[in-house]
Structure formats: structure tokens, C-alpha cells
Ligand binder design. Structure first.
Ligand SMILES: [Zn+2]
Length: 197
């Protein structure tokens, strides 16, 4: 019988997974592109309080950035989605590509992150992907900016969606299967940030 205990993964599984993806071109491009050194990634259970709140993963803006994968909230099949999403943020933040503390800036990186993670599966029509991206980016941006988030996403969508830095061309995309896990996208999915130093 399904129960709450089916959510999550073992720390070892998470670490093995990280090892298995390190040479995937798009993951590597993000890793190498983060300014200030390669991001550290920790696999561990997250607490219910503060920065880790109800997040599935969190990004801490240390130098180099630290990315936490919450093993008590992520299934193995969701790990790649979470890693990719956070690495996009780490790349954008560390290279000061947008201002995370302004609505348009956060919306910009959320559009890019959603495009490469939650909405990266195959879609028969591009407008379906765009819809997915807009919805996810709006939800994530709204965690900090509330009702204004949708307008921010609309304003930056075209530019952000066309911005593929530093990813390899789509034809070189990794072959790892992306799970059909749209339904698992819940609430405030990330993203607690510590203020920049
Ligand atoms: Zn995000």
C-alpha cells in the first residue's frame, strides 16, 4: 500500500546518482560554468524549518554555491530534475546574470530552470512546453513575489526562454530518461537562499 514512506531516497542512492550524471554534457556545462568554483552538492534529509522548509532542494549562495538535495523529499527519478533546476540557478546567480531579488530577475532564471527540468520532456507542440514553463516559473516566482509573478514571467519570457547559456545544443542533450513526474510538482519547490556575501 502506498504510504508517505515511499517518498524519498537513500543518501547512498542520491550520491550514486550524482556520480552517474557528472559526465552528461549539459550537467557538466552547468557545473563548469558556475563562477567561484564547482558547486558542492549534498545529499541529506532536509529539515522542516527555515531555509529548507518544504523545499525539495535548496541552493545556498556560498562560494562556491552549495546545493542540497533533500533525500527525504526526492525520489531517485526526480533527482536529475532537481539537480538541473538548481544548477541553472547557481549558474545564473554566480555569474550575476539576473537579479534574484527582483521579480523580473527571479522570473528570468525560473523560466530557464523550468525549461531545462520540469518542462524538458518531449512535447508534440512548442506551445505546450511554453505553457508548462510559464506555469512552473510563475509558481516558483510567486513564492517570493506573490501575485505579481505572472506578469514578471510574461515580461521576461521570450528573452529568458531563448537564453540557452551555457548549455550545449539541444541535439547533444543527455539520454537519461526524464520521468513523467509532472504531478509531483508541488508547492514551494525550492528555494531558499542565503543572502549573498
Ligand atoms: Zn527555481
Amino acid at each position: 500500500m502506498p504510504s508517505k514512506s515511499t517518498i524519498g531516497c537513500a543518501i547512498e542512492e542520491c550520491q550514486q546518482f550524482l556520480h552517474s550524471i557528472q559526465n552528461i554534457p549539459r550537467i557538466k556545462a552547468l557545473f563548469d560554468g558556475v563562477s567561484g568554483g564547482k558547486p558542492k552538492i549534498e545529499c541529506r534529509p532536509c529539515s522542516d524549518e527555515g531555509a529548507e522548509g518544504s523545499a525539495r532542494a535548496a541552493l545556498f549562495n556560498d562560494i562556491p554555491p552549495t546545493l542540497v538535495l533533500c533525500t527525504n523529499r526526492l525520489n531517485v527519478r526526480d533527482l536529475q530534475e532537481a539537480v538541473t533546476h538548481e544548477l541553472i540557478h547557481a549558474y545564473d546567480y554566480s555569474n550575476a546574470r539576473c537579479n534574484f531579488y527582483e521579480c523580473d530577475g527571479l522570473a528570468y532564471t525560473e523560466v530557464r530552470a523550468a525549461r531545462e527540468s520540469e518542462c524538458s520532456k518531449y512535447y508534440p507542440f512548442e506551445f505546450l512546453r511554453n505553457y508548462c514553463i510559464q506555469e512552473h516559473a510563475t509558481r516558483s516566482t510567486a513564492n517570493l513575489f506573490g501575485n505579481g509573478a505572472r506578469d514578471c514571467v510574461k515580461r521576461v519570457f521570450d528573452a529568458a526562454n531563448a537564453d540557452l547559456h551555457p548549455l550545449p545544443k539541444p541535439t547533444e542533450k543527455d539520454a537519461i530518461h526524464m520521468p513523467d513526474s509532472e504531478t509531483s510538482l508541488i508547492g514551494p519547490q525550492l528555494e531558499s537562499r542565503t543572502p549573498p556575501k
